[in-house]
Ligand binder design. Structure first.
Ligand code: SAH
Length: 333
């Protein structure tokens, strides 16, 4: 039986691989109820992967030009908006807050030596961690353009012997069991069509005692009386999913249940939604500069569609529907 079914998660996770449909997904009954009245593009696994690869192939250059090498939210003190430089600092702070929350030690004798960056973008986190810890970092992305650019930046920064990047699927990682002492996934989990398989793969490649970090977009936890989100919430999320090539979302407690089902230890989560609040308004502002507008038009239709739903991210946060979540845990020794 599907382990998620066992812990009652299936209706919230969404699309499941159908054993009788090669590479395809079926919708479970609870999922149909969730989608009632909403328009969602249901993509099979290969379609989803291609969409994600194309989206990032198309948009990464534009993002780098406007925002630099980190393709993730910034971490802010709530209520303090600021300049673009401030936003870039906030993105670095996101990495530092994440490491600190996960308890990655400042003690140099215990620094991570082998890091995997799952959903690495153009490698900003990998290079940061390689420099900070002197670690060997291996990044994977679905986008060939990102992998190539990440490698070029590594060479330019003299880090070619420390970091490497390749096109590979987070759900089927090209790494041996128990290889990494830090497993890092910064804002890629929301793209994963099978959260159970995702966390299982993170766990498989983790060495005994390794720290596993997932920073990701979740929907709010359901109350005890609810068995799904409200129809208007589902409609809002589906619009975001369609534009950003995201499958069905899950909640922070769904992640905790998955981690528990894999016997992971020291499971901790936090809701950082208030700390990321200034981010999307700033991204929208940057898209409305002359430079932003031109590079958006040059990037192509997928990027434009992405830009058009940016206000919905803000709406989702304001409605307390979208939860920017960190989940950290440790693989048992
Ligand atoms: N972590 C990066 C990039 C976040 S953007 C950063 O913080 O800068 C999301 C990334 O997840 C993209 O690089 C995308 O290619 C990757 N991704 C999405 N689904 C994936 C999958 N199934 N396997 C590997 N990478 C994936």
């Amino acid at each position: 039986m599907d382990p998620l079914m066992r812990c009652g998660l299936s209706p919230f996770i969404g699309l499941y691989e159908a054993p009788h449909v090669p590479g395809g997904y079926v919708m479970l009954p609870g999922m149909r109820a969730q989608l009632a009245g909403a328009v969602q593009v249901v993509r099979d696994r290969e379609e989803l992967k291609k969409g994600i690869a194309d989206l990032y192939d198309e948009s990464s250059k534009m993002w780098e030009g406007l925002w630099g090498e980190h393709m993730h939210h910034g971490f802010y003190d709530p209520g303090l908006p600021g300049s673009v430089a401030h936003h870039r600092r906030a993105q670095l702070r996101m990495i530092e807050e994440t490491l600190s929350f996960a308890g990655v030690t400042e003690d140099s004798s215990k620094w991570p030596k082998r890091v995997v960056d799952v959903g690495c973008g153009i490698g900003g986190s990998s290079r940061y961690l390689a420099k900070k810890y002197g670690a060997q970092c291996q990044g994977i992305t679905l986008s060939p353009v990102q992998a190539q650019r990440a490698q070029a930046l590594a060479v330019a920064e003299g880090l070619a012997d420390k970091v490497s990047f390749q096109v590979a699927d987070a759900l089927d990682q090209p790494f041996p069991d128990g290889h990494f002492d830090l497993v890092w996934s910064m804002e890629s989990g929301e793209h994963m069509p099978d959260k159970n398989k995702f966390v299982s793969e993170l766990t498989r490649v983790a060495a005994p005692g390794a720290t596993i970090i997932i920073v990701t977009w979740c929907h709010r936890d359901l109350s005890q009386s609810e068995d799904s989100l409200k129809p208007d919430e589902i409609t809002l999320l589906n619009k975001i999913c369609n534009a950003y090539y995201l499958p069905e979302w899950c909640s922070p407690s769904d992640y905790v249940k998955i981690a528990e089902s894999l016997s992971l230890k020291d499971i901790k989560t936090a809701d950082w939604s208030d700390n990321v609040a200034p981010f999307w308004p700033a991204v929208i502002q940057s898209a409305f500069t002359w430079k932003g507008f031109i590079s958006l038009l040059r990037s192509g239709w997928k990027s434009i569609k992405g830009a058009l739903v940016m206000p919905l991210m803000i709406e989702g946060y304001n409605k307390k529907l979208i939860k920017f979540t960190i989940i950290t845990c440790r693989k048992p020794e």
